[in-house]
Design a binder for this molecule. Structure first.
Ligand code: LP5
Ligand code: MN
Length: 243
């Protein structure tokens, strides 16, 4: 069995979600041979030195929970989201989670899947795409990570506020996947079943691309004390609520 989850947005401000995730890692996750966390595991990740932040044990505690799961024998795979794109080598080593490229093709005897966070397909949101190009460049990241941790945390929280404000002025449609970009993505990825997060609009969509039927599963975000994972058991995908 394989699990897919995303958009937990873990932060010290939502202890109920942290507890739910810790219980999941110590319980249901151990019945899976592999779990995929498809981005935005953290509300904001200012850099891997947050793991040893003397001001805040939070990141280190999450890393310890992940590491316990990995040591129990479940393979843990994590993809970057738009909040935690700075997860790096140190995080990977300390948590036992491997970092995946976005997109990631998953071929199993039970089917062909393509996994992505989802933000790269929101191509109508040109302000976000410009921001994304900038912060994903290695030069920008090296310069940002050279700043003191406290300063990076302050910038991250200012950006979170700015993001919430800018979303209020955006059309709902601009904050969803662009249909043409999605069809093209499905074509380029061999019409595999698409699983993604980011939009917080859980659903199963049917696409017809070049006459071929393709499924798209959108993962739920974790909020208000509730979480969810998608379970792949044989060829069957199903949603499982956690609370
Ligand atoms: O995240 P969410 O759901 O609110 O909205 C996203 C897009 N916003 C973002 C920004 C993140 O929320 C900010 C948190 C990042 C923490 C990272 C850690 C530290 C790194 C600091 C990096 C500087 O991803 C939002 C989309 C929405 O999804 C739907 O798809 O619309 O896009 C935006 O809000 C972006 C704005 O439209 C443009 C922002 C321009 C800001 C330019 C500042 C330059 C930064 C330089 C700082 C040194
Ligand atoms: Mn996201």
């Amino acid at each position: 069995m394989i699990h897919f989850l995303s958009d937990l947005h873990l932060s010290p401000e939502t202890p109920d979600i942290t507890r739910l995730f810790a219980a999941y890692l110590a319980g249901e996750a151990r019945t899976a041979k592999r779990i995929f966390i498809l981005g935005d595991l953290f509300e904001a990740w200012p850099g891997d030195d947050a793991i040893d932040d003397p001001e805040d044990p939070f990141a280190g505690q999450i890393v310890a929970h992940l590491s316990a799961l990995a040591r129990s024998g479940t393979r843990v795979s994590v993809m970057h989201g738009n909040r935690d794109f700075l997860l790096g080598h140190e995080f990977s080593t300390r948590s036992g989670a491997e970092l995946l490229p976005d997109p990631y093709a998953l071929s199993s005897p039970d089917g062909q899947f393509v996994l992505t966070h989802g933000d790269a397909l929101c191509t109508d949101d040109s302000a976000y795409q410009a921001f994304r190009t900038q912060v994903r460049s290695p030069e920008w990241q090296a310069a940002f990570l050279a700043r003191p941790l406290e300063e990076r945390k302050a910038i991250a929280s200012a950006l979170r506020e700015q993001s919430e404000a800018s979303k209020r002025g955006k059309a709902m449609q601009a904050m969803d996947l662009t249909p043409a970009a999605t069809d093209n993505f499905l074509r380029q990825n061999g019409y595999a079943t698409l699983i993604h997060g980011h939009t917080h609009r859980p659903a199963r969509h049917d696409h017809t691309v070049d006459g071929i039927h393709v499924e798209r599963w959108v993962l739920a975000d974790w909020h208000d004390g509730r979480g969810e994972y998608l379970l792949l058991d044989g060829q069957h995908l199903s949603r499982h609520e956690l609370r």
